[in-house]
Design a protein. Structure first.
Length: 579
């Protein structure tokens, strides 16, 4: 009986599988604490309604940033069509790059956005990234924004500067106005080909791939190359590197050297960002500034926003806001939900380990039972073979005895004949020849020597054949046992591979669920920020404190008895594997 058959024949934990560990319904009930029948999508819908009510026009850019990444990727394929330009405009809502954002609430070029404060936001400085040349050039392609959050677990950035009030104007027009305001010196200049009637800037000469790029398209290609900094490749179009003459359209010669990887900037070199990318000049960034490393805890969930100098007054205003009851309650809710999800994740990992412990134990028990049965069968087979060999030898010896008796009877008659008398009729006389005496001598020789030797030889041949048969039988049995053990090891290896695959799958599921929770909380904190700024008619600068996911997963402790996943621990305990 195989392991799979044993699972289906045993009525106790026979139908136990790992499916409940990955079941999204179990996660929604035990991890998120949702009532039965309610789906996680309902939380997103409710939060989106609340976000729109407080003036966030595109909450999906917070909730589903990964879905926007695809549209951004397609938008950078070509800039030769009206549709491609509109896709690139839409890409400001994605969170896969660091240069896109919603329209600034302090922008002069957005007539549909109310001005919450007459005080302009201070300029931004470089983010804390490992290489100064990357930061300096990358800073040219970041919009002039206030507060922004980025994630180390994904390549997107949360868009936190949408309009403070929802208006009846078309959203597409608002978006284009906000995006173009980031890439022009004044309100009438724009390098995008999406509005050819407004822009008279020429395109680049035809590249090797056959495309011609606008100034905006060149900037996008540079930004894409800088975003892929871990495996940095100079800006390219269709796999062909952009020539220096094209890059120098939007970069200085020193910056071009950095982007093309031909030179390292001098420590004293300072990059000024007043290059036509926005109305206001961004403060210079020194390439000699050493970045501050992010803590492992922060890197595991949400990294710090783009660093900027916050004045003491702004910091005091932020600190006062953070002491409010609404923010404290919101942060407490986040911590409680994260702890609940972490407990559920720990239950999942413990349940998965317990499930495979049960599988290994069940597998070993099943094979041990099969091995015992096989050994008993082998013993019976050997006993039957031995009995058959004994019977065969007995039959041979009986045949030999009968043959000896026949030889003795024949010898008796021959001796009587050669003596001259006839046992049947004594009156009959006959002449005994020399040939008769020779036959008699041969008969005596047969009885005394040849017959015993013949019988002994036959017995030896029989025993040799039986010994050979026994040896072959034992070899076959040994090979069967070895094959059985090898099959056990193969199944153990298969289960180990399944465990690794399921563990990797579980971590991927956990990461995706955490990312979705993180997106909702990013939107919740932005809603709180918008509400606070609206109520107090002010603008909050700086990073809002958050809770972070732990770096390493937890496998300690036991599964909560109230969890449905506790079944796995109970099964393992029932098998005597855990005291």
């Amino acid at each position: 009986m195989t392991f799979r058959a044993a699972m289906h024949n045993d009525p106790s934990p026979a139908h136990l599988t790992s499916a409940p560990i990955f079941d999204h319904v179990v996660y929604q009930c035990e991890g998120l604490g949702l009532p039965p029948g309610q789906h996680e999508d309902v939380l997103d819908e409710q939060l989106a309604v609340a976000a729109r009510a407080c003036g966030i026009d595109d909450p999906d850019s917070y909730l589903y940033p990964d879905a926007r990444t695809m549209s951004t990727a397609f938008s950078t394929l070509t800039f030769d069509s009206e549709r491609a330009s509109s896709m690139s405009i839409h890409s400001r809502e994605t969170q896969s790059t660091g240069i896109t954002s919603d329209p600034s609430r302090t922008s002069k070029d957005n007539p549909y956005v109310e001005q919450p404060s007459s005080v302009p936001r201070p300029p931004l400085h470089s983010t804390g990234l490992p290489s100064s040349d990357y930061d300096s050039v990358m800073a040219r392609f970041r919009p002039h924004i206030g507060h922004r959050h980025s994630s180390s677990n994904s390549s997107y950035t949360n868009s936190l500067l949408s309009a403070t009030s929802s208006l009846s104007k078309p959203v597409a027009k608002k978006r284009s106005a906000g995006l173009f305001s980031m890439f022009r010196r004044d309100s009438s200049a724009c390098s995008s080909r999406s509005h050819p009637d407004r822009h008279g800037k020429p395109l680049t000469s035809k590249l090797e791939c056959g495309h011609t790029l606008s100034h905006y398209a060149v900037r996008v290609h540079i930004e894409e190359a800088l975003e892929g900094r871990e495996n940095y490749v100079p800006p390219a179009c269709c796999g062909k590197p952009l020539p220096r003459s094209v890059l120098e359209i939007v970069l200085t010669p020193e910056e071009t050297d950095v982007v093309m990887g031909e030179a390292s900037p001098s420590p004293a070199y300072t990059l000024h960002l007043d290059s036509g990318f926005g109305e206001q000049a961004i403060s210079p960034i020194s390439l000699s500034q050493s970045p501050e490393p992010a803590s492992p805890q922060e890197a595991s969930f949400v990294t710090a926003p783009i660093s900027r100098d916050v004045s003491p007054g702004e910091q005091e205003k932020l600190n006062q806001a953070l002491t409010s009851g609404t923010f404290t309650a919101l942060k407490t809710q986040q911590k409680e939900q994260m702890q609940r999800v972490l407990r559920f994740e720990s239950n999942q990992r413990r349940a998965l380990i317990a499930y495979y412990e049960w599988l290994h134990k069940w597998l070993a028990t099943d094979f041990e039972t099969a091995k015992d049965k096989m050994t008993k069968r082998h013993v019976l087979e050997l006993e039957k073979l031995d009995e058959s060999q004994i019977v065969a030898e007995h039959e041979m010896r009986r045949a030999h005895a009968q043959e000896g008796q026949n030889v003795a009877t024949a010898l008796k008659y021959m001796e009587a004949y050669c003596s001259g008398s006839c046992p049947i009729d004594p009156d009959i006389t006959h002449v005994v020849t020399e040939e008769d005496r020779k036959k008699l001598a041969r008969q005596h020789l047969t009885q005394d020597k040849l017959l015993p030797q013949k019988h002994e030889s036959a017995i030896n041949v029989l025993r040799a054949r039986q010994e050979k048969d026994l040896k072959l039988k034992m070899q076959k049995q040994q090979a069967e046992l070895q094959q059985h053990n090898a099959r056990l090891e193969e199944m153990k290896e298969e289960e180990n591979i399944r465990l690794m695959n399921d563990s990797s799958r579980l971590e991927s599921v956990v990461e995706a669920r955490r990312r979705r929770i993180k997106n909702r909380w990013d939107l919740k904190f932005e809603i709180w920020r918008r509400d606070w700024e609206t109520q107090h008619k002010t603008v909050l600068y700086g990073q809002l404190p958050r809770e972070y996911w732990p770096v390493s997963p937890s496998h300690e402790g036991s599964i909560d008895p109230s969890s449905s996943l506790a079944l796995y621990t109970k099964v393992v305990v029932s098998l005597g594997m855990i005291p």
